[in-house]
Ligand binder design. Structure first.
Ligand code: AMP
Ligand code: MG
Length: 313
C-alpha cells in the first residue's frame, strides 16, 4: 500500500471519512488517527503500529461539543480541567459512552479525550467530521515521532496518509489525567505540569510509578520511547565512556569529542528535540546515548519520566 503524503487537511480528512488511517501533527507529537466509531478503521491503527491490543487510544476532537458523544458523564472537576486546558496538551480520561467501541479503549470502560491546539490538527479534525482516535504515530516501542519524516520512517506503506506539517512544538506526549474516579489522578506527565492541574483541582495526585505492582493505566506497563541505543541518565556531562561511539544530549556541554552531541539552551528545547535526537542516534548506530538529568519540575518532570522509561532495560 502506498502512503500518500499531503499538506492539505481536507485531503487527509477524506481518508478518515473512508475508514482509513491518517498520521497528523499536533502540538505534542504526531498521532496516527482513525474514526473512533469505526471498529475496522481503529483495528488498522493497532496493526500498523504493532501495538498491543490492551493499550488504549486517545480520542482527538476539533469541537468541544464532541466530548458529549464520547463520554457517559463529565464530572465537575473534569469540566474544570476542560475549561482551563482545552484546546491544549491535556487528555482527560472519562467514563465512555456506549457508542464508543471497546477496541478504541482496549476493553476499558473509559476513554481518553483531548482537543489539540495545533491549527493543522484542528482543521483536519473538523474536516473529518468525527472524533479521531489516535496514539502516537510510531511503531510500538519506538520514540514518538515529532516530524512527519519520522512517521514516514516507521509507517510508510503501513498507513493510508500522512498530513505533513512542521516539527511538533512541545515534543512530548500529552499530560493524561484520569477523571473517571472520585478525584483526579495524573497517569502521565506532559507539558501541563502537576502544579497547573492542582491550581484547577486541588486534590489531584500523581499515579504511583508504573514500575509498581499494579499499573493504573494499561499503557503504563510497556517499555516506551526507546531508541535501539542504550540510554543512560547522567549528571551534567559526567561519566561518559566510549565517547566516539556514544552520544550526548543536555544543557551543559561536556566539551569532549563524541559520536553525536546536541547542546540545548533550556529544558523546553531539550523536550522538543529529545525524541528526534534518539532517532538520529539510531540512524548513526550510536551505542549509548547519555542524557543530562534535569530538574524534576514543570516540563522537566515529563522529560525525566520519558528518559527514565527509555533508560529502563
Ligand atoms: P500514546 O500511544 O502515546 O498516544 O498513548 C496513549 C496513552 O494514554 C496510553 O498509553 C495510556 O497511558 C493513556 N490512556 C489513553 N486512554 C486511557 C484510558 N482510557 N485509561 C487510562 N489511560 C489511558
Ligand atoms: Mg505512544
Amino acid at each position: 500500500m502506498d502512503t500518500i503524503v499531503t499538506t492539505s487537511p481536507t485531503e487527509a480528512a477524506k481518508f478518515i471519512r473512508r475508514g482509513g488511517t491518517v498520521a497528523f501533527p499536533t502540538e505534542t507529537v504526531y498521532g496516527l488517527g482513525a474514526n473512533v466509531f469505526d471498529e475496522v478503521a481503529v483495528s488498522k491503527i493497532f496493526n500498523a503500529k504493532k501495538r498491543p491490543a490492551d493499550n488504549p487510544l486517545i480520542a482527538h476532537i476539533g469541537r468541544l461539543d464532541q466530548v458529549k458523544t464520547l463520554a457517559a458523564e463529565v464530572p465537575v472537576f473534569a469540566q474544570r480541567l476542560i475549561d482551563a486546558f482545552f484546546p491544549g496538551p491535556l487528555t482527560v480520561v472519562l467514563r465512555k459512552s456506549e457508542k464508543v467501541p471497546m477496541i478504541a479503549t482496549a476493553g476499558l470502560d473509559t476513554i481518553g479525550v483531548r482537543m489539540p491546539r495545533n491549527e493543522l490538527a484542528r482543521e483536519f479534525l473538523l474536516a473529518s467530521g468525527t472524533p479521531v482516535v489516535a496514539p502516537s504515530a510510531n511503531l510500538s516501542g519506538r520514540p514518538s515521532p515529532t516530524t512527519w519524516q519520522a512517521v514516514y520512517e516507521d509507517l510508510n506503506g503501513r498507513i493510508d496518509c500522512i498530513l505533513q506539517g512542521e516539527a511538533t512544538e512541545i515534543g512530548l506526549e500529552s499530560t493524561v489525567v484520569d477523571c473517571s474516579g472520585e478525584s483526579p489522578v495524573v497517569l502521565r506527565q506532559g507539558a501541563i505540569a502537576l502544579d497547573q492541574i492542582r491550581a484547577e483541582v486541588h486534590n489531584a495526585v500523581l499515579a504511583e510509578s508504573s514500575d509498581g505492582e499494579s499499573p493504573k493505566s494499561p499503557g503504563m506497563k510497556y517499555r516506551h520511547y526507546s531508541p535501539t541505543a542504550k540510554v543512560k541518565i547522567i549528571e551534567a556531562g559526567n561519566g561518559i565512556l566510549d565517547p566516539l561511539t556514544s552520544a550526548y544530549i543536555g544543557i551543559v556541554d561536556p566539551e569532549i569529542t563524541l559520536g553525536m552531541k546536541l547542546i540545548v539552551p533550556d529544558i523546553q528545547a531539550y523536550a522538543h528535540s529529545v525524541f528526534e535526537f534518539f532517532r538520529e542516534c539510531d540512524r548513526k548506530s550510536i551505542g549509548t546515548i547519555y542524557c543530562e538529568k534535569v530538574m524534576d519540575e514543570g516540563i522537566g518532570a515529563a522529560l525525566m519520566d520519558r528518559l527514565r522509561r527509555a533508560a529502563h532495560d
